[in-house]
Write a protein that binds this ligand. Structure first.
Ligand SMILES: Cc1cc2nc3c(=O)[nH]c(=O)nc-3n(C[C@H](O)[C@H](O)[C@H](O)COP(=O)(O)OP(=O)(O)OC[C@H]3O[C@@H](n4cnc5c(N)ncnc54)[C@H](O)[C@@H]3O)c2cc1C
Length: 457
């Protein structure tokens, strides 16, 4: 390792880092990746996207089985939950994909180094030196022409709190010995909403405490409003405008004191509390201060090619940075074309501007909205809550935003992203043939609704 000069050294083996490593190798670069854990995959694979989606699928099956007779299936009796089998399945999915990454790294001959990496300063004669502290403590150095920082993020905690058996983050909640009978969820972004949904399905009394005036606060207001109604229908206690003052452990669980939207002090007690108040970038102790890299509220400032202010050091997010290093064409990331997905029941999938954002930007708007109640496939699935909403520019029919709440919203949003990327218009989408019966037809109807011409509503 000491004598090799890599084209690129990547710090962090989560989805950003491992994707960049593989793409770099595909471009013929000599790549090294340093990961402090003994496993590749990062938050996403171990304590994020993958295990949560595995549990959400269990929850979906459980919900279906609990209503089996609605589908004409009798004789199931009372389903019982084998929680340890649920966890085992989740863990085996994670393990399978860890192995897959190991295989891909070998296939692409990517050098993999276990240890905690930090920057030592600017490049000397075009070569960066990265310091690596192995798990056992010994120090070594690695040389590379470029460095990509992909150290990811950790759950933010409320001041004075430490995660433990009752005060949970996304890490602890994924390996509980039993599903809790009651759960308070602080924060109603994607993480809070997904765990609320999972444990409500498994019978927990769930209370959400969200500081902002609405849940799913980054989504279109109509999505938040309808999701609130549907979550309440599922028996989830939704509290918005709730300012958490104190979280205490009690002999049997936790007690959360908060000020409600009317300014009144309130107390809620539960077996566990999940703190899901956002993520903090892992930018500490990695030698940032030895470079020109600038931070913005704890996150690394990059340009459209993911370059930091220090020559040869990139931070990701996205594989375009590797394309740039390899001297190939790259496409700058368009943030407004990144889909946002929440996999709760019901699901949210959205891309582009909300109605409020588009108005703020001065567009004259045409809105199309189509409820899943009018979609035959949704009825077949027994899941017709929610809607598709199109935010479009009245003048040219440009699609500015698509907001889906309902069945398979996280899959359906792909069509919206593709059409926006290709700069398709409402008019073109209205006449694009969609197979029948499909959930995707709800998009067709929503595009039609922009011109007052939905077929099924
Ligand atoms: C509960 C939950 C559910 C989520 N669900 C989804 C979802 O469904 N879809 C979605 O798109 N996103 C989801 N996310 C977000 C997603 O997990 C993150 O966006 C993603 O993991 C970020 O990838 P990353 O590679 O930047 O960082 P990470 O996945 O955090 O990986 C960073 C890696 O860097 C390593 N590292 C850190 N510092 C160092 C160092 N100094 N030296 C060496 N190694 C280091 C870490 O050990 C880690 O392996 C979810 C997140 C959570 C918490």
């Amino acid at each position: 390792m000491a004598d090799t000069i890599y084209d690129v050294a990547i710090i962090g083996g989560g989805p950003a880092g491992y994707t960049a490593a593989i793409r770099g190798a595909e471009y013929g670069l000599k790549v090294a990746l340093i990961e402090k854990s003994d496993k590749l995959g990062g938050t996403c694979l171990h304590v994020g996207c993958i295990p949560t989606k595995a549990l959400l699928f269990n929850a979906e099956i459980w919900d279906h089985l609990s209503h089996a007779s609605d589908f004409g299936i009798e004789g199931i009796g009372t389903p019982t939950l084998n929680w340890s089998a649920v966890l085992k399945r989740k863990d085996s999915i994670v393990a399978k994909h860890v192995k897959g990454l190991d295989f891909l790294f070998k296939k692409h001959k990517i050098a993999r180094i276990e240890g905690f990496a930090s920057l030592t300063g600017p490049a000397q004669a075009g070569i960066h030196t990265v310091e690596v502290t192995a798990t056992a403590g010994e120090l070594s150095q690695l040389k590379a022409k470029n460095v990509i920082l992909a150290t990811g993020s950790s759950a933010k905690m409320l001041p004075g709190l430490q995660p433990g058996p009752r005060i949970l983050t996304n890490i602890e909640i994924l390996s509980l010995a039993q599903p809790p009978k009651s759960l308070i969820v602080i924060g109603a972004g994607a993480v809070g909403l997904e765990f609320s949904s999972i444990f409500r399905s498994f019978g927990a009394e769930v209370s959400i405490l969200e500081f902002l005036p609405r849940i799913a606060p980054v989504e279109d207001e109509e999505v938040s409003k309808e999701l609130t109604r549907l979550f309440k229908k599922r028996g989830i206690d939704v509290n918005t405008g709730a300012k958490v003052e104190q979280v205490e452990e009690t002999p049997t669980g936790v007690k959360v004191t908060f000020t409600d939207a009317n300014g009144k002090p309130q107390i809620k007690e539960a077996e566990k509390v999940l703190v899901a108040v956002g993520r903090a970038g892992r930018t500490e102790n990695i030698g940032i201060e030895k470079t020109k890299i600038e931070l913005d509220r704890g996150l690394i400032k990059v340009n459209e090619a993911q370059q930091t202010a220090e020559p040869g050091i990139y931070a990701i997010g996205d594989i375009v940075s590797v394309a740039k290093i390899a001297g190939r064409n790259f496409r700058p990331v368009r943030r407004d074309r990144i889909p946002a997905c929440t996999y709760a029941e019901p699901q949210i999938g959205s891309v582009g501007l909300t109605e409020a954002q588009a108005k703020e930007q001065g567009y004259e708007l045409k809105i199309g909205k189509f409820p899943f109640a009018g979609n035959s496939k949704a009825t077949i699935l027994g899941n017709h809550d929610g809607f598709v909403k199109i935010v479009s520019d009245a003048k040219y029919g440009e699609i500015l935003g698509v907001h889906i709440l309902g069945p398979q919203a996280t899959e359906l949003i792909a069509e919206a992203v593709a059409v926006m990327e290709l700069e398709g218009t409402v008019n073109e989408m209205m006449f694009t043939i969609h197979a029948h019966p499909t959930l995707a037809e709800s998009l067709l109807d929503a595009f039609g609704a922009v011109e007052g011409m939905a077929i099924n509503a």
